[in-house]
Ligand binder design. Structure first.
Ligand SMILES: [Zn+2]
Length: 289
């Protein structure tokens, strides 16, 4: 999410777990286990039954983020397993910490190697990363002037590597919300109603995926080829995007998965060009394509 201070990025991220499907018993046990290993399970809580929401500060060490220590403990990516990991001020995180996110984002788990041992912790997360449009925060703002020199802007954006950005499926720009509109914000659709649609989409996914994986996001490349039903126009659009936008093969797979999810949310029978177009719109940055 790219947006200036006051755009409600944190508020949006915090609301995300409330529209995600409730944890199954197996999932609750998996979450509980990680929290227990980390010594973070209060004695009066037998089972963590809510999706975790973790929001570590950008000064967090690599070990703090992905796990580590002499007897390796789970990091924030594992404490957020099956929930949301929110990284505010994303480009301000240590480069080594940002790059260490690539494995868990790809594999849904993280392996910490030591001389004599290696430990693998689960890390199937929904990553929400937020950043300002520029270091001062006001680039593109209608009321305030950005004061960042060009080289600072370049420096700021270049902290996020291509391979890391490649693993982020939905990129949104959010504008500053005037306080008056914040007060009116409660009138939209309720989280419970949105969650119902999400659960409907998940049911359709499970039926299609036949127990191989539980959600579109977890499909492997061969599963994407086999299980995503793109019609002719959708396939042509994705091929064209691959050529014109220089998408990697991984990015194309990710676009197909997002398009499949959009189709599932609409209860559509297959993936049409309109679903691919929407999925692409979340990936392409402003001024590109
Ligand atoms: Zn600026």
């Amino acid at each position: 999410m790219v947006g200036p201070p006051g755009s409600g990025k944190t508020m949006l991220a915090r609301r995300l777990p409330t529209i995600m499907p409730a944890l199954t018993v197996d999932e609750a046990i998996a979450v509980t286990r990680v929290h227990s290993v980390a010594g973070l399970l209060p004695s009066h809580v037998p089972l963590v039954d809510r999706r975790p929401f973790r929001a570590p500060h950008h000064s967090t060490s690599v070990a703090g983020l992905v796990g580590g220590g002499s007897s390796p403990r789970p990091g924030e990516v594992s404490l957020a397993h099956l929930g949301v990991l929110f990284l505010d001020e994303f480009p301000e995180f240590r480069l080594s910490a940002l790059e260490a996110l690539r494995q868990p984002l790809e594999d849904g788990e993280v392996t910490i190697s030591r001389a004599l041992t290696s430990v693998t912790y689960p890390a199937r997360i929904t990553l929400v990363a937020a950043m300002n449009p520029c270091p001062c925060g006001f680039r593109g703002d209608r009321e305030r002037q950005c004061t960042c020199p060009g080289y600072r802007l370049q420096q700021y954006r270049s902290r996020l590597s291509g391979p890391l950005l490649d693993r982020i499926d939905l990129r949104l720009e959010v504008a500053r919300v005037p306080p008056r509109e914040h007060r009116l914000a409660g009138r939209g659709e309720s989280s419970a109603a949105v969650r119902e649609r999400v659960e409907g989409a998940r049911r359709r996914q499970r039926a299609r995926l036949g127990g191989e994986v539980t959600a579109n996001a977890h499909m492997t490349a061969p599963q994407v080829r086999r299980l995503c039903r793109l019609d002719t126009a959708a396939t042509a659009l994705l091929d064209r995007a691959y050529d014109r936008l220089h998408l990697s093969a991984r990015a194309c797979d990710r676009v197909a998965k997002v398009a499949q999810t959009i189709a599932d949310l609409e209860a559509a029978a297959g993936i049409a060009a309109v679903h691919v177009a929407e999925a692409l719109s979340y990936r392409v940055e402003r001024g590109q394509g």
